[in-house]
Design a protein around this ligand. Structure first.
Ligand code: C2O
Ligand code: CU
Ligand code: CU
Length: 477
């Protein structure tokens, strides 16, 4: 990665400086150029998203105020990138909620087009779910009420206005929503600065520093630059302490395989739906669009001055370096613990009485369109009506050569079968999104609850979901 071709690749995505013209590049010129390139990895400290403070805590619930607006962000040093942002930020401010304490997030649309907000992974009544057709007009607002009546989990909020999410999420409408609970506290997991949400997304840039987006409905967008919390492959100074690293894949369509150093052990403690039953040691893990994985890393075993690169081993040349951890001295007294035994018992679901099969396929009749069960999204049609309080087996058949991260709104599921092999212990907790690999058949068991009403399920490769790879379910009482 430190060779000349990497530098050239970095520069070419940003226009060719005169030094590189005519193929007369030397290694030292390449190194000098790399030092100047805003795309060189590990030049900036990891940004930490600000925590949103409630504007009122009266009546047993927290009220938050957010303006959804146009803004710019300094993503590349010296450049202002136009974005859409929650409170003008990319990623948006982090909301820290507590189980058992409802929140109202008052969202005001200051954009010039319709938008809405979906709490991904949340148990949210249908009217507050951010259904693709329930939008907020420019100038208007909506109070999203979140009961927070589920176990702690790394939820996230994002735009869901139909047909536009690949554009709006790419341009910044993404934020972390960390729901905490007592069980996490009892486990003495790292807190405060040692509890770090990491929002991963691949991007591309025009010469003026603006985001470059080229629609590719079949493959989905692929960028040549990795951003973590809105900075190009940043570095993070870590003390010799235990850190809770919470990864979210907020990319349009890219899947990652994350590895620390040469395969240092990370202790996975959680997935989409919160804590696993027991922690699982992993030397690398996949992360498909919309998935979350949380790990504990114990930096006490490293000498000050150690540098650990977090790599995406599924990446191409410039999308391999995700970020770097620089171990520094100090750290004081450790207050957190690495959990050893069981962390949680996940309640058994009722026996499934219904099995449904969903084919994932490409339709080409009127332009390219990925579909589920040979149907495209139709907001006036309800495609499936499960009963509240039951569970079913849903099988995704993927004969295609694309990964489809399949996601259900408003409820959680467990992954029960993968045709490609066994299910990793890190994938046996509660989930809301599952990566269905090329050629694979995956069966999940959703529990339909806690709310009745209309929700959607869709592919979270955003270009697929926008172009019809989405159906509706109505949970009947
Ligand atoms: Cu991230 Cu329909 O959701
Ligand atoms: Cu969702
Ligand atoms: Cu898809």
């Amino acid at each position: 990665m430190r060779n000349g071709s990497y530098s050239i690749a970095l520069l070419c995505s940003f226009g060719t400086p005169s030094a590189l013209k005519g193929n007369r590049i030397t290694t030292s010129a390449a190194h000098r150029a790399q030092a100047r390139s805003p795309f060189a990895p590990f030049q900036r400290d990891l940004p930490v998203m600000p925590e949103l403070k409630p504007t009122s805590t009266r009546g047993g619930r927290d009220l938050y105020d957010v303006a959804i607006r146009d803004a710019t962000a300094e993503i590349l040093p010296g450049f202002q990138t136009p974005i859409y942002g929650y409170n003008g930020l990319y990623p948006g401010p982090t909301i820290r909620a507590r189980k058992g304490r409802p929140a109202i997030v008052r969202q005001r649309n200051r954009l010039s087009f319709d938008t809405n907000v979906h709490l991904h992974g949340g148990y949210v009544p249908s009217a507050h779910d951010g259904h693709p057709m329930d939008v907020i007009a420019p100038g208007a607002g909506f109070d999203y009420t979140y009961p927070n009546d589920q176990d702690g989990a790394f939820l996230w909020y994002h735009d869901h206005a139909h047909g536009r999410t690949s554009w709006t999420l790419y341009h910044g409408l993404v934020g972390a929503y960390l729901l905490g609970d007592e069980r996490e506290q009892d486990l003495e997991l790292p807190q405060g600065e040692y509890d770090v949400p990491l929002v991963l997304a691949d991007h591309a840039f025009n010469k003026d520093g603006s985001f470059r987006y080229a629609e590719n409905v079949d493959l989905g967008f692929r960028g040549d630059t990795l951003l973590v919390n809105g900075a190009v492959s940043p570095r993070m100074a870590v003390k010799r302490r235990i850190y809770r690293l919470r990864f979210l894949n907020a990319s349009n369509a890219r899947s990652y395989e994350l590895q620390l150093g040469q395969g240092r052990q990370m202790l996975q403690i959680a997935s989409d739906g919160g804590l696993l039953e027991s922690p699982v040691a992993r030397s690398s893990f996949p992360l498909h669009p919309a998935e979350r994985i949380e790990v504990l890393v114990d930096f006490r075993s490293f000498k000050p001055g150690s540098q650990l690169i977090l790599k995406n081993t599924a990446g191409e040349a410039t999308t391999t370096a995700v970020m770097r951890f620089d171990v520094v001295d100090g750290g004081g007294v450790e207050e957190a613990r690495m959990p050893q035994g069981p962390m949680r018992t996940i309640e058994a679901m009722p026996k499934p009485k219904v099995t449904r099969n969903w084919d994932l396929s490409l339709a080409t009749a009127s332009g390219i369109q990925w579909q589920i069960a040979n149907k495209g999204f139709d907001p006036v049609r309800i495609d499936v009506r499960p009963r509240l309080g039951t569970s079913e087996l849903w099988t995704w058949h993927n004969p295609s050569n694309r990964v489809h991260p399949m996601h259900l709104h408003g409820m959680l599921f467990r992954v029960v079968k993968r045709s490609s092999g066994t299910i990793h212990r890190g994938e046996r907790g509660l989930k809301d999104t599952v990566g269905v690999l090329a050629g694979e058949t995956v069966t999940v068991q959703p529990y339909f609850g806690p709310y009745a009403g209309r929700y959607v399920f869709h592919c979270h490769a955003l270009e697929h979901g926008d172009k019809a790879m989405m159906l509706q379910l109505e949970v009947d009482k």
